[in-house]
Ligand binder design. Structure first.
Ligand SMILES: C[S@@+](CC[C@H](N)C(=O)[O-])C[C@H]1O[C@@H](n2cnc3c(N)ncnc32)[C@H](O)[C@@H]1O
Length: 484
């Protein structure tokens, strides 16, 4: 690994700065060595003598530079997505935001929704499924859903509208059957009746809005930009927010991932804390001193529904939260699942971004065999902490329980990626391959698991809180490897 003081490391840091300026993506210190390896490999492929030459290529305004940026953006972006990813936000859209907007826009008969950073299209198509199901008459309007992304390969996949099981992980089987048709090889094609609502365009969120002619100023009613800013530096978020403020009609709504705008200047928006999510509503551009002159917010319909006006956070919120969590956990430990679930749900109603409450609810529902709810809370936990392992472990076990080997395999692979030191994950993945009859892959994974265990004490629990010990898994592995 290069020393932080070596010239090569400086060049990687310089390129990471260029990347942040151009794409908004912040490469963390701990990921720089990996970036360095990728850049070296690009230099070899392009026959460039040094990273300095590669940096020059990126900095140039040439078609070759644009091509390289396109490949680099693809390499750097996480395009993870799935249908109806945040159930709370989709309920908010369905029950309140869209009915309000449809009433408001009825005279013009025009509605525009933008999924910014749409990856492979699950998010804008979820919006389209919602409109198709509830307001099919909008096809008679000038109604458009636009998906944009910096990653051209993801956009090409979005346009194809073909998905595997992993994209349906929280979608009900009814919806899947109604809107998708199996095309073989575990792939499903989205129905044309939904596809026709959505168009896809390339757009880099940190570039000016005018660089994409489809994104007209003051033309959008809703912008969804979820799970994009978690990878951004604050300056890039500020630039994207300027674009969103420009693109929204006054009174239009911006939804982001939970806590993604924490600590960010929100000039141009009024923040509204609703039980399902924070919503940022575009102010009227004519209000120079927002605190006094912000236009009255149009009432969300129905006005007395589950929407709550913002309540100030009590100063002792954190100790309160800790105490509430401790009570919920104690109830769970003494198997009082009803009480534990009520406590955890009450925490989430007050503090929707509490990872531990989501994790606990996932566990409670899994224990009760309610795998849909358990999956939902695992996903909610992962939306809050995308790299947490516990929800993935639970998702993998749920998939096994449900006899969904394709999903189980995807999840175990993710765990292996996130925790390469996990012998258990290697073993489970090996076991899945063995059941498929792929002995070669199985044996490789078993060997890796064995090597990982060799460095550990035999009496140690395999994972914290697990009954199985290192020695027990070693024994199982030894038997498996003689059979492989
Ligand atoms: C994790 S996906 C989110 C997909 C979807 N919004 C969701 O929540 O399921 C993040 C996406 O942001 C895109 N992205 C990253 N930087 C971007 C930028 N500067 N401009 C536009 N899109 C960007 C990535 O290419 C990736 O497809």
């Amino acid at each position: 690994m290069p020393s932080p003081f070596s010239p090569r490391f400086d060049r990687v840091t310089a390129i990471a700065t260029l990347i942040a300026q151009r794409t908004g993506l912040y490469i963390r210190e701990q990921d720089r060595a990996q970036l360095g390896r990728h850049l070296q490999s690009r230099c070899r492929t392009l026959r460039l003598a040094s990273l300095a030459a590669y940096e020059q290529l990126l900095a140039a305004a040439t078609p070759a530079s644009d091509r390289e940026w396109s490949g680099l953006s693809k390499h750097l972006s996480n395009t993870e997505s799935y249908f109806f990813r945040d159930r709370g936000q989709f309920q908010l859209l369905e029950k309140h935001l869209l009915p309000d907007l449809i009433t408001r826009q009825r005279p013009q008969r025009q509605l525009r929704l933008w999924s910014a950073g749409c990856a492979t299209g699950e998010e804008p198509y979820s919006l389209a499924i919602l409109l198709q199901r509830l307001w099919p008459e909008l096809t008679q309007w000038d109604c458009q859903i636009i998906g944009t992304d910096i990653n051209l390969a993801a956009l090409a996949q979005a346009r194809r509208a073909q998905y595997g099981n992993w994209s349906f992980r929280t979608l009900s089987a009814d919806y899947q059957a109604q809107y998708f048709q199996a095309t073989g090889g575990n792939q499903y094609q989205l129905a044309d009746v939904v596809r026709r609502w959505v168009s896809f365009y390339p757009f880099n969120l940190v570039q000016p809005l005018a660089s994409q002619p489809q994104l007209q100023p003051q033309s959008f009613d809703v912008i969804l930009c979820r799970n994009v800013f978690i990878y951004f530096c604050p300056e890039a978020i500020a630039r994207a927010l300027e674009n969103f403020a420009q693109a929204l009609r006054p009174g239009g709504y911006l939804l982001t991932g939970h806590a993604e705008l924490y600590g960010q200047e929100l000039t141009g928006f009024v923040s509204r804390a609703l039980p399902e999510s924070m919503v940022y509503q575009r102010r009227s551009p004519r209000s120079p001193t927002p605190a006094q002159t912000a236009p009255p917010l149009p009432p969300l319909s129905p006005p007395a529904g589950p929407l709550r006006s913002p309540t100030p956070m009590p100063t002792d919120a954190v100790p309160d939260l800790k105490r509430e969590l401790a009570i919920a956990r104690t109830a769970f430990a003494s198997k009082d699942y009803q009480q534990a679930a009520e406590r955890a749900a009450a925490i989430l109603a007050k503090h929707p971004q509490t990872f531990a409450a989501c994790e606990l609810l996932a566990q409670i529902h899994a224990n009760a065999g309610d795998y849909d709810q358990a999956t939902h809370f695992c996903q909610q936990a992962l939306d809050i902490q995308p790299f947490a392992l516990a929800p993935y472990y639970l998702l993998a076990q749920i998939a096994e329980e449900r006899h969904q080997p394709a999903i189980a395999k995807t999840v175990w692979k993710k765990i292996v990626y996130l925790a390469p030191e996990s012998a258990w994950a290697h073993y489970e993945l090996g076991w899945l391959y063995e059941r498929e009859g792929d002995r070669q892959r199985a044996s490789k994974l078993y060997h890796t698991a064995q090597q990982l265990l060799a460095a550990r004490s035999p009496t140690e629990a395999l994972e914290s809180g697990m009954d199985l010990t290192v020695a027990e898994l070693q024994q199982t592995l030894a038997q498996k490897l003689t059979g492989c």
